[in-house]
Design a binder for this molecule. Structure first.
Ligand code: NAP
Length: 250
């Protein structure tokens, strides 16, 4: 008689490179069933190991019901550092369903010698005080409304899928999926004669080449600060730490 291993079901709230890596690691473990959840914002997301579900849960209550129905043993919130609504919902849903929750959040970026960064608390604050006329916006395709009223400056907007209106009137859209090299970022910023870069403090190596290019070109960076991680929830900074937490959770 074969005794099958006890399977623990893990819900991975995804949309990041770390979530993808963790999904691969968990999927390789026969004692774990991993379900990756995507919001469905990207039209053609890269394939993920394990089971995948797409679309919102219907708020914290919807997620709590889903966790109960699916008998989930643990949740890892590996969403993007700026996906604050989903992170807040995960806290409330896990409390209500009695399921352990970990936040997997890569550290933010820090300036080095030669960097000219101005930290701002929001996209609106970034738009209100731009130290340049030709703006490279890498804030995601849904974060452009704050700049839409500016008919004077030129904007280069880069995103994976076409950006959602409203957009500033003088906008050039560059559709591309990272990671990008420093050479590519430098060439793009030169081509469009960019004199200010606006980015969210996403952290990680996948999208940091633009910061090196900006430093090399002497272009100032307006860095939008992250929302805080919800209080009282354990946080892992790496995929390895998240896997170690899961080995003991639930
Ligand atoms: P958000 O504002 O925090 O979430 C809005 C709503 O989208 C949530 O309330 C939830 O709907 C749904 N949702 C978000 N993430 C989900 C997930 N992983 N699975 C199922 N439903 C999800 O988040 P967002 O900023 O729109 O980001 C959406 C997704 O894109 C996230 O998965 C995030 O990791 C990824 N992403 C975001 C950014 C960014 O800058 N914000 C950048 C790169 C990738 P319900 O309330 O109906 O459950």
């Amino acid at each position: 008689m074969t005794i099958s291993p006890v399977t623990r079901r893990v819900l991975l709230l995804g949309g990041t490179g770390e979530a993808r890596l963790l999904a691969g690691r968990l999927d390789a473990d026969p004692a774990v069933e991993v379900i990756s959840s995507l919001a469905g914002r990207t039209a053609a997301p890269r394939a993920l190991p394990g089971r995948v579900r797409v679309g919102g849960f219907g708020g914290a209550d919807g997620l709590a019901a889903w966790l109960r129905d699916e008998r989930v043993d643990a949740v890892v919130d590996a969403t993007h550092p700026f996906a604050a609504r989903m992170s807040g919902n995960a806290v409330r849903a896990c409390e209500s369903a009695g399921v352990p929750l970990l936040v997997l959040r890569r550290p933010g970026w820090s300036p080095g010698p030669g960097d000219d960064w101005r930290r701002v608390p929001s996209l609106a604050a970034a738009a209100a005080d731009l130290p340049g006329e030709r703006v490279f916006l890498t804030t995601g395709r849904t974060g452009l409304a704050a700049f839409a009223g500016d008919g004077r400056r030129r904007y280069v907007v880069r995103s994976v899928d076409p950006p959602e209106p409203p957009l500033p009137s003088r906008t050039t859209v560059v559709l591309a999926r990272g990671p990008f090299t420093v050479e590519e970022e430098t060439a793009l910023m030169r081509e469009h004669r960019v004199d200010v870069l606006v980015t969210k403090d996403s952290g990680g190596a996948m999208t940091s080449a633009k910061l090196t290019a900006a430093r090399d070109l002497g272009v100032p960076v307006v860095m939008v600060d992250r929302p805080p991680v919800p209080d009282g929830v354990p946080v892992a900074a790496t995929v390895g730490d998240a896997a170690a937490w899961l080995a003991h959770a639930g």
